[in-house]
Design a protein around this ligand. Structure first.
Ligand code: NAP
Length: 495
């Protein structure tokens, strides 16, 4: 058997072996015999070395004009485009989504680098009139220094892109720790940034367990800002830990997103939108559709179409042509998916299709799961309340718009919500009263664009929005300037 390629950490512009001397095989969830590579199981010392390299690089990088920093990111955009298929293939192999989905994700990440390249020209403050004569008052935005980016496995290219591009262009130096399930795509990002000519130490990558590497980053007094995306348990614990030393944190966490279908909806739009939102990327998107709240007049039609759509999906290795849905990312996620099937049944919901592990032929080597549809779900059930992060739809039937809105909002999460209707008044009410960070009308719950703020309300998000201008602002601190040009002595009784 061919030996797997061994990769290293990227610290101070060099590819460096981990201090632990240990590596972990990165196996494809579609075929555990397929080893994408061996990646460092780093420890605290490696994280500390990366922090030191980032700190050393900060004075020069932060002094470089924003447009010049942006041009280096722009160069990376060109290289990412040239290496698109290679990156998408690694992503597909290590995360499991289909090759087409992987390409879509890489293109999304490239758009983020594109957007933030231009933001190098627009790192702006405000000028405001002073209360005092002949005084120029304004604000400027400046970088923090070393920032830590801790990312999940489900978007191994797009999320590192939407965190690192704004951090870098605003003049910070980065230490990134990707999820242990997906170190390969992150390693390619480091390679491309190196190729693009990013100065040594400005971007550092350390792979390895969340405990050793993650905690070192979170506890280091040199790390001024932490941007985390992942589960609620880890995100909240990380936030508490970082707060003890006063570090700034943004944590984007779980979702359980509803689609509301009213009686007047165009079902030709709604059905494909729900199927794509629920089963695309194997339901492993923070914005995935997992609850369908449907008005009784169209419920039977919608349920029938969802069951037919779920049954039609071809599940398999995303590298193969004709596959609609890949595997769960690992054995533990597969177990979560199957556990929730039992939970749903025990709560009295009715499983109409799916919910089994698939093991026929070559599927036996991966973590494949049959897309599922539950009906008879009530808002109080765990099936309605808890994030599964797998291809499971829970259908709740309601009588009218108010009941639908209540069911949609009756949850701790608040990432995205969608409404299908032809009634503009109800659509506007839904926009106004949905308790989420992102609302879609006649659209699936999924999706985001580089220039639009991304993130959730309620327990989904702590901190600031990501992407867009706001995503860049998060990585900067404001300075207010009072510039007197009278030449006269000034004293103040205020503050
Ligand atoms: P996770 O288990 O919370 O892990 C996220 C990251 O945190 C990984 O890099 C993980 O490393 C690291 N980590 C683990 N323990 C840590 C610690 N003690 N200190 C610091 N870092 C630590 O989440 P996941 O399973 O990768 O991702 C799935 C979750 O992400 C879902 O809940 C999903 O909804 C959420 N998500 C949210 C958004 C959003 O924008 N709201 C977007 C995408 C995903 P290891 O891999 O080594 O454990």
């Amino acid at each position: 058997m061919a030996t797997a390629t061994r990769y290293e950490n990227f610290i101070g512009g060099e590819w460096v072996a981990p201090s632990t001397g240990t590596y972990a095989p990165n196996r494809s969830p579609a075929n555990t015999d397929d080893i994408v590579g061996e990646y460092p199981s780093s420890g605290a010392k490696d994280a500390q070395a990366a922090i030191a390299a980032a700190k050393a690089a900060f004075p020069e990088w932060s002094a470089m004009p924003g447009p010049a920093r942006g041009r280096i990111l722009w160069k990376a955009v060109d290289i990412f485009r040239q290496r698109l298929d290679e990156i998408a293939r690694t992503l597909c192999r290590e995360e499991g989504k289909t090759f087409a989905e992987a390409k879509g994700e890489v293109n999304k990440g490239i758009a983020l680098f594109e957007f933030y390249s231009g933001e190098g020209f627009r790192i702006h403050g405000k000028t405001l009139p002073s209360e005092t004569k002949s005084q120029f008052t304004y604000t400027i935005r400046q970088p923090y220094g070393v920032v830590a980016l801790i990312t999940p496995w489900n978007f191994p290219f797009a999320i590192p892109a939407w965190k690192s591009a704004p951090a870098l262009v605003t003049g910070n130096c980065v230490v990134m720790k990707p999820a242990s399930n997906t170190p390969g795509t992150a390693t390619l990002i480091a390679e491309v940034l190196q190729q693009a000519g990013l100065p040594k130490g400005v971007f550092n990558l350390v792979t390895g367990p969340g405990g050793a590497v993650g905690n070192t980053l979170v506890d280091s007094p040199e790390v001024k800002v932490i941007s985390f995306t992942g589960s609620n348990d880890i995100g909240i614990a990380l936030n508490v830990r970082a707060a003890k030393r006063g570090a700034k944190v943004t944590a984007e966490m779980g979702g359980k997103n509803p689609v509301v279908v009213l009686d007047d909806a165009d079902l030709d739009l709604a059905i494909p939108g729900i199927l794509n939102g629920a089963y695309g990327s194997t339901g492993q998107r923070c914005t995935a559709t997992s609850r369908v709240v449907v008005q009784r007049g169209v419920a039977a039609k919608v349920i029938e179409a969802l069951v037919a759509g779920a049954k039609k999906l071809k599940v398999g290795n995303g590298l193969e042509a004709g596959i609609d849905m890949g595997p769960a990312v690992d054995e533990s996620q597969l177990k979560t998916d199957t556990d929730y099937i039992e939970i749903g049944k025990s709560e009295g919901a009715k499983l109409l299709t799916g919910g089994r592990r698939l093991t026929d032929g070559s599927l036996a080597k991966g973590f494949f799961f049959e897309p599922a549809v539950f009906t008879g779900v009530k808002p109080g059930m765990r099936l309605h309340q808890e994030e599964i992060f797998g291809p499971v739809i829970s259908v709740v039937e309601v009588g009218d718009f108010e009941e639908a809105l209540h069911a949609a909002n009756h949850i701790d999460f608040g990432l995205s919500a969608s409404l299908y209707t032809r009634d503009a008044n109800l659509a506007m009410k839904f926009v106004e009263r949905s308790e989420v960070g992102m609302v879609h009308i006649n659209n699936p719950t999924v999706g985001g664009e580089a220039q639009l703020p991304f993130g959730g309300w309620k327990s989904t998000g702590v901190g600031e929005r990501e992407m867009a201008e706001e995503g860049g602002e998060f990585f900067t601190q404001l300075k207010t300037v009072f510039f007197d040009y009278t030449g006269a002595v000034r004293t103040s009784k205020m503050y």
